[in-house]
Design a protein around this ligand. Structure first.
Ligand SMILES: [Fe+2]
Length: 334
């Protein structure tokens, strides 16, 4: 317990995560000990009541710096400028309002489970991913702040815990994923499962946008614990993947394994669903959690969320790797 904050665990209805309440306003200084609190929480912290960030957005960047050495500046990472905050370029805006105009995800089909609940488990729930897994080294941590959330029971963010899911994996599946690599690609590259199923011809991707291999079992660099590290329809490569060395494509051996693993990873006992309140901040560890967004009525509701992304401690596997997503000058040839 720190004098600077109070922790309660786990998050309501979940087996992991913590609520962290700051003892003082953030503008009076970012407390020490936050990365340790995040690791102890299994990779998910809710910090409620940070309404001061909406008035002073640079506080979100200061807080982000407490979690790692590098906070992404979206001016330099091939991000559409309409999604970047005008005065604080480390903030990526997720909103249906102009100029961002990002549509919420579709509703699951059917919209509710048989017992009237919110669908969380894949494949009923789609859109599970870990941020920017199409980059090497991938990022460590994301911070997501509610400037204007939508009303409860929609526009939620859900999290599935890859550490708990890996530990509960049956022995035959543990053996199958040992040393296995997934092939991840940026959404919208024409290589999603939907795109391949609809017969779309994949685009030629430049060197800095090539699909990237990632371990299916990722060892967390802080806790040393193994976690499932996977995405599904939109962020795996369904032309040459989803797995290296297994039959590719949407109907292959790789697809069957991915469906089995994602369905396991998103079992309700590994999931937390967050209902947003103004001023909430969620801090999540992309190295051991996957997350998904839910539908809201974009014709009737307006939503504005701010995200930052922290890089710098991806683990020994990525030691000294150049950033895959940064375009490099072509070598000069005689
Ligand atoms: Fe995300």
């Amino acid at each position: 317990m720190s004098a600077d904050f109070e922790i309660s665990s786990p998050l309501p209805g979940a087996r992991f995560g913590s609520t962290l309440r700051l003892a003082r306003r953030l503008s009076q200084g970012v407390p020490d000990g936050l990365p340790g609190a995040l690791a102890d929480a299994g990779g998910l912290l809710l910090v409620p009541g940070l309404t001061e960030i909406a008035q002073q957005p640079e506080l979100l960047v200061e807080l982000s710096r407490a979690f790692g050495p590098e906070v992404e500046d979206y001016r330099y990472t091939l991000t559409s400028s309409t999604s970047v905050h005008t005065t604080v370029p480390e903030i990526f805006m997720v909103s249906n309002m102009a100029p961002v105009n990002r549509a919420p995800p579709k509703r699951p089909e059917p919209p509710l489970t048989a017992d009237g609940g919110l669908p969380v488990q894949y494949p009923h729930r789609r859109g599970w991913h870990t941020d920017q897994s199409y980059r090497r080294p991938p990022p460590d941590i994301s911070l997501f702040y509610a400037v204007t959330p939508v009303a409860r029971e929609r526009g939620q963010t859900m999290f599935a815990n890859g550490t708990l899911a890996y530990a509960a994996l049956p022995a035959d599946l543990k053996a199958k994923v040992e040393g296995l690599e997934g092939l991840h690609v940026q959404p919208g590259s024409g290589r999603s499962r939907e795109a391949v199923l609809s017969g779309q011809k994949p685009e030629r991707l430049p060197p800095h946008a090539q699909p990237q291999r990632q371990p299916v079992v990722r060892i967390h660099p802080v806790t040393d614990r193994p976690a499932l590290y996977l995405c599904e329809w939109g962020q795996m490569d369904w032309v040459d993947g989803p797995f290296i060395g297994l039959e590719p494509g949407p109907h292959g051996e790789g697809a069957k394994l991915l469906d089995t693993l994602m369905s396991h990873l998103t079992r309700p006992e590994f999931v937390y669903v967050h209902e947003w309140t103004v001023g909430d901040l969620l801090v999540w560890d992309n190295r051991c959690l996957v997350h998904a967004a839910t539908w809201y009525d974009a014709d009737k509701e307006q939503r504005m969320m701010w995200r930052t992304t922290v890089h710098g401690n991806p683990g020994a596997l990525y030691a000294d790797e150049a950033k895959s997503w940064v375009p490099r000058a072509e070598p000069v040839t005689a």
